[in-house]
Design a protein around this ligand. Structure first.
Ligand SMILES: Nc1ncnc2c1ncn2[C@@H]1O[C@H](COP(=O)(O)OP(=O)(O)OP(=O)(O)O)[C@@H](O)[C@H]1O
Ligand SMILES: [Mg+2]
Length: 365
């Protein structure tokens, strides 16, 4: 294997190493395959290799706690690899109720339109309240959520009182994600650890996950002129950029991802998105991806859709995906030295949320 390639497995049907070009992660990558095809496992392999061979900071949006053990090396891994991996700075941020480093957002530094989205405020439908909020956010830039409510309740402006009621009705102040005196995820990511895993599952309210993702995305975007490279890895990307996401908050998150897909590349904000079917991710995102990882996909309609987006991949290679076994992947685009099928290698680090097994009974003879 050439020194400069990531070791992700072998070329299918051979013992020859299959590599990926690390420098081509400066484009967006789409990783797709049906449930159980091995996407999350394969992403883990790619992330291990990026940790080993690059200094590209990873921010991993992890809805199923699959990557929370990315910093823990399995037994049997060679000593040099194990030492290199364990020396990397991998931060795992989880809902505060889990203990450990908590995954938090700072309301006061979020963009006004993002705060409004969290409060489900629509600029047209809720125009009086939204307008009161806009004037408030001019003057209350530095207030955090709990300080805000006190000043709103004591106001004699009906718009401000309505906002206070809205915050209380949505239960926003009871959410675990607010940073207060603690560091927010964005503040930790700004230090550029080698990897930051955001375990966004496990919050009591689904809007907490979306809000923390929105805060992280906004901050990366607002600092884009710093041009500090980062790879934003989004497993189960349909959670945050499905065309079907509705509601002000879901739409705000998706729109930000579409914007990063379209404009992030030149600022060094690159994405690696994984999902089960192409139609589950907004076309404005997939159409911006230059690299493709395709695992087993039986549906001819899904394969045809992918063929439409990744027109540079020969049709016969796509057709093979229907009969792939777990761990086989078609790698194509700039990051693959040659478009072709590989068999992913075994993981060096532990998986977080491996499949649940069917409980078996011992049979009496
Ligand atoms: N190459 C592999 N070698 C060994 N085990 C694997 C491999 N790929 C996947 N597995 C195992 O198969 C199971 C399913 O894999 P994985 O979770 O990666 O699938 P997935 O495509 O992400 O599915 P979903 O879309 O449902 O999230 C896991 O328990 C994983 O450990
Ligand atoms: Mg998965």
């Amino acid at each position: 294997m050439s020194e400069s390639l990531l070791d992700v497995g072998v070329i299918d049907g051979t013992a020859s190493p299959a590599g990926l070009r690390p420098e081509k992660f400066n484009r967006h990558t789409f990783w797709c395959g049906q449930s159980g095809s091995g996407k999350t496992y394969a992403l883990g392999v790619v992330l291990e290799e990026l940790l080993l061979s690059t200094a590209l900071p990873l921010v991993i949006i992890d809805p199923n706690a699959d990557f929370v053990r990315l910093g823990e090396v399995r037994d049997g891994v060679d000593a040099a690899t194990a030492e290199a991996l364990t020396s990397r700075d991998v931060r795992v941020l989880r809902p505060a109720s889990h203990g450990g480093d908590a995954l938090r957002a700072r309301f006061s530094t979020m963009l006004p339109q993002s705060k409004a989205a969290i409060m489900r405020l629509d600029p047209i439908v809720d125009r009086l309240e939204y307008n009161a909020f806009l004037h408030l956010s001019d003057s209350a830039e530095t207030l955090d959520a709990s300080t805000l409510i006190g000043s709103l309740r004591s106001s004699d402006d009906p718009g401000q009182l309505a906002i206070a009621q809205r915050i209380e009705n949505l239960g926003l102040l009871g959410w675990q994600i607010w940073a207060g005196e603690h560091p927010s995820a964005s503040e930790i990511i700004a230090e550029r650890p080698d990897a930051t895993v955001l375990d966004i599952g496990g919050f009591a309210h689904p809007d907490e996950s979306l809000s923390v993702v929105l805060a992280v995305l906004d901050d990366l975007w607002l600092r884009r002129e710093e041009r500090r490279p980062v790879l934003l890895v989004i497993d189960e990307a349909h959670n945050v950029c499905s065309p079907e996401l509705s509601g002000t908050l879901g739409v705000a998150v998706r729109e930000r991802i579409i914007q990063i897909a379209a404009e992030g590349r030149k600022y060094g904000i690159w994405m690696l998105l994984s999902t089960q079917r192409p139609s589950k991710v907004h076309p404005g995102v997939i159409s911006q991806c230059d690299n493709l990882g395709l695992m087993k996909m039986s549906s001819p309609a899904d394969l045809a859709e992918l063929g439409g987006v990744f027109g540079f991949v020969p049709t016969e290679l796509f057709a093979r995906a229907a009969t792939f076994e777990q761990g086989q992947a078609l790698l194509a685009g700039g990051f693959a030295p040659a478009d072709g099928v590989v068999r992913m290698r075994a993981r060096y680090t532990h998986e977080g949320g491996a499949d649940v097994r069917v409980p078996l009974r011992g049979r009496a003879g």
